[in-house]
Design a protein around this ligand. Sequence first.
Ligand SMILES: [Zn+2]
Length: 283
Amino acid sequence: MANLELNVVTRGGIPWSVKREIENTLRDCYRKFSSRLPYKVDVFIVDREANMRAFLRDEKLKRGITVRDDDISICAHDAWCGYPRMLICFEEWAQLGKLARVGSVCHEAAHTVLHGSLEYCIFRMPDDALCAATIKGVDSGTLDQALYSISVAVKDFEATRLLINSGYIECQFAFGLESLGLSEQERAAWKSARENRQTRFIYLLNLLRPVLFAQPLLVIPRSNKLLEMQVYLGRRAEELVEHLGDAERSRFIQVTNMMTAGLTAVDTHKNVDFALNQAMSLV
Ligand SMILES: [Zn+2]
């Protein structure tokens, strides 16, 4: 990582040891990644979720960004400045186990090398999906939302794939096991979402992100060392779709299998086009 400028900035009461732990994990990642590294990465470690939201709001105002609401999670990444930035919410991150904490930072580091420029913030709507949407009566707002959900899921799939290829396997299982899952509220929302074609489509697409995150880990050739973690993570992935009902669940599994089998391109845009075209059969 000789040429990479790594700036780690803390906001609020962040212990010095935490800053050092995150910095060390990142340096290790950038040494092992085979992809081309960005010239610089900014990392913000913010103490509380409320402060992370305020930070993102200010940033958007400052840069005139009007994209949808932020999906605040433990960590996040963006490329609004034209180079990658990473945000870590300390109070959420500190709840994770040690290995999952490493996994979460590696996950964002993978995004910074794979998706760290503006071209990965905006995706073009593929013509095939537009035609399919017209035929199937999907409105343009829903289709835009679908493209966004698919792009997020595909980017997570690519991040996991890069990490596996770089030898970060156990930490990704740990991160997946601690972070993937639905709340009771999210599960219950299916009841009303399934009544309407547009809301049902979006609900199903929002399940893609955790499923696509986990999928590359589940297909690593089984070894004694990984078997137990694969069984647990596989179970977690099944639980994500358990409440859908038999017909909807098998259709969803069939579509995601077709999708992941075809996500072979190095180009994220090609993968997103492919995934969206596959996803149209969920309408
Ligand atoms: Zn991600």
